[in-house]
Design a protein around this ligand. Structure first.
Ligand code: G3P
Length: 227
């Protein structure tokens, strides 16, 4: 499963990348609007970082018609080269922009997906990723995980080379359920990375190990016992 961190703050991304195996980071207009430093200041740093660490970076276009979207995608792609995945919104103009972007060799993620059919049409049009918003779908009275299961089945039925990138999570269980059904990728917050590996029983056992060790060996480390 590909893991992405859903944040634009470069320091936060770097921190996550130090601790967890990630494929890159994803942004959207809302995330960029809440970045703690001016995004224009960070652009060059983003580029160096993804290049150095061999990561992908996702940016969403902001134009409201296909021509603007394609122009923005090309300019972003010139700057970020093949590290970039351009997010196109799942609206009519976004769908129209897919083919010209693909023709220009740009990787595409169709985003803000809320239904199986939006994903099918995006995959058929040539998208490399579709990004369904799991919790939004749950809040609309459907089941995000089940909807993603349908998408995965469709990708296999028709041999579409389009990955499903789950986004918008509130619980670890949503992510676990997606992993069980073979979802290709998820993008999650830095806090959620912490929750994926946290377990009170692990912490309890570690406390016990530390106490036992210190009782017997004090400040020594295991390597101090080597002959
Ligand atoms: O990647 C999608 C995500 O940023 C949407 O988040 O908070 O609306 O579930 P949220």
């Amino acid at each position: 499963m590909e893991l992405f961190v859903d944040i634009a703050d470069l320091d936060a991304v770097k921190k996550v990348a130090e601790y967890y195996p990630i494929e890159g980071f994803t942004t959207n207009p809302n995330i960029l609007s809440t970045a703690s430093r001016p995004v224009s200041e960070m652009m060059a740093e983003y580029r160096d970082f993804v290049e150095e660490k061999d990561l992908k970076i996702f940016f969403q276009v902001t134009g409201d018609n296909a021509q603007e979207m394609v122009d923005e995608a090309k300019r972003l792609s010139d700057y970020f080269t093949d590290r970039l995945v351009v997010k196109l919104p799942a609206i009519r103009e976004g769908y129209r922009a897919i083919a010209p972007c693909k023709k220009a060799g740009i990787d595409i993620c169709v985003t803000v997906i809320h239904s199986t059919m939006q994903a099918l049409v995006a995959a058929k049009a040539g998208a490399d990723y579709v990004a369904p918003y799991v919790s939004h779908i749950d809040n609309l009275g459907a089941q995000g995980v089940r909807v993603i299961g349908e998408m995965l089945r469709i990708m296999r039925n028709y041999d579409y080379h389009c990955k499903v990138l789950g986004a918008s999570f509130r619980t670890v269980e949503q992510i676990k359920d997606l992993a069980v059904i073979g979802c290709d990728a998820v993008t999650i917050t830095p806090e959620m990375f912490g929750r994926l590996i946290a377990h009170p029983s692990t912490s309890e056992s570690m406390e016990m190990f530390t106490k036992a060790w210190t009782r017997k060996f004090g400040e020594k480390e295991i390597t101090d016992l080597l002959p």
